[in-house]
Design a protein around this ligand. Structure first.
Ligand code: GLU
Length: 409
């Protein structure tokens, strides 16, 4: 029966979708929701989503947009006032100059990245992805028939790629480098000097582009956010991706954007015109207001960051208190990415933990804590914990994890 079902699916669906992996972050979140619906008391540390409400002023702008009848098709790349507000944000926060024609607003940063890769990558082109990486980079590249070239970073170097590693991975076929800073899943940040090192390498290869994912920009505990687009020698080859989901607690509004060289922005605009026509008019108007919020003075942003910092400090202590884990103190975003591999080879009730998937399911089933397996991010030694939940739940989750790990023999 199973066999027949498999054959018929193979006949129906394209190879493209059959070969694509499901998003593990979303899959683990769905699994946790399912168990909760069955009455299990699951604590979800799986999804990366602020547990804060969208700022009131942003919600007001959305309500106003409805009353003002912003309910028709917006221009494909976004309303002109929004694209101008995005340019103003880049100037104010990052000292970067863009014109509205260089901005394309999409339905979440994920769509921005998808379109960008579709527009840049030909089949067989190589895309360098430092490991660990955010789950969807890999599948987005594979759908475009690009070849992912993984460069493994080390926990000792805070999971950051070095210019030497990058240089060694570049071939005449390399088209793009993709990374996030602050990083999902590690929470690490590239310093200005480190970005300059990467920019120097990129500058030497004239057909090479950089996708800089800065969606966690405002969740930074160590200081100023640094963009690789600040270096003039590569600015024309950097596509900066950002949005409102994380910094403004607006995950459900689905707004992301790129700031790109004109030719790339135009291409993404063309693709978007065939895919979604544009993103939601109401969410766009709400985002104009979000863009006007100065992160240096906005109470909403500062308050959220401070709470994340407190939680980070608390979770760090609790994780360090668990024997056998290797833990780094994240500098941004809201994730920990501890190395749990010292537990591999140990068992509970006759079931051996061999890898990060076994570990994530063990913690889900035995500790009732949902995490995400590191393999989804290209590093099977680790698991990802999101601390975007209350201190009370975090404390309980870490207690349960500690207990479950102690039961592995
Ligand atoms: N970016 C978030 C995460 O990594 C949301 C889920 C997703 O799109 O992967 O958990």
């Amino acid at each position: 029966m199973q066999h027949h079902l498999k054959i018929s699916i193979m006949n129906i669906l394209s190879n493209r979708i059959l070969n694509m992996a499901e998003s593990e972050t979303l899959a683990m979140t769905a699994k946790a929701r399912e168990l909760k619906a069955q009455g299990k008391d699951v604590i979800s540390l799986s999804i990366g989503e602020p547990d804060f409400n969208t700022p009131e002023t942003v919600k007001e702008a959305a309500k106003q947009a409805i009353d003002d009848n912003f309910t028709h098709y917006p221009p494909v790349p976004g309303y002109p006032d929004l694209r101008q507000a995005v340019c103003d944000k880049f100037k104010r926060d990052n000292n970067l100059d863009f014109t509205p024609e260089q901005i394309v607003v999409s339905t979440g940063a994920k769509q921005s990245i998808y379109q960008l890769v579709q527009c840049l990558v030909n089949p067989g082109d190589e895309v360098i992805i430092p490991t660990p990486f955010w789950v969807s980079y890999k599948e987005i590249v594979r759908v475009a028939e690009g070849k992912c070239v993984y460069v493994k970073t080390s926990i000792e170097n805070d999971f950051k790629v070095t210019p030497q590693q990058l240089e060694a991975a570049i071939t005449p076929k390399t088209k793009l480098i993709m990374f996030s800073s602050p990083s999902n899943p590690t929470g690490m940040l590239y310093t200005k000097e480190e970005l300059k090192g990467i920019a120097d390498v990129v500058a030497k290869h004239e057909n090479l582009f950089v996708m800089a994912d800065e969606i966690y920009e405002h969740i930074n505990f160590v200081g100023k956010h640094e963009s690789i687009a600040q270096f003039p020698e590569v600015k024309d080859r950097v596509i900066t991706v950002n949005g409102v989901a994380k910094g403004f607690a607006m995950t459900g509004w689905r707004i992301g954007f790129i700031a790109a060289p004109l030719v790339i922005a135009k291409a993404c605009n063309k693709l978007q015109g065939q895919v979604t026509s544009a993103t939601c008019s109401i969410a766009q108007k709400a985002t104009v207001r979000a863009m006007q919020m100065d992160p240096a003075t906005s109470e909403d942003i500062i308050n959220m960051r401070n709470i994340f910092r407190q939680r980070r400090d608390m979770v760090y202590k609790l994780l360090c208190d668990i024997p056998g884990l290797k833990v780094r103190l994240p500098q941004g975003a809201f994730y920990f990415f501890p190395d749990v591999s010292s537990y591999y080879g140990k068992s509970f009730n006759g079931k051996k933990i061999e890898n990060s998937t076994d570990m994530a399911f063990y913690l889900l089933n035995e500790a009732n804590v949902a995490t995400v397996m590191g393999s989804a991010f290209g590093d099977d030694d680790c698991i990802r914990l999101s601390y975007a939940t209350s201190e009370e739940l975090l404390r309980e989750a870490l207690r349960l994890i500690k207990e479950a790990l102690a039961n592995l023999k």
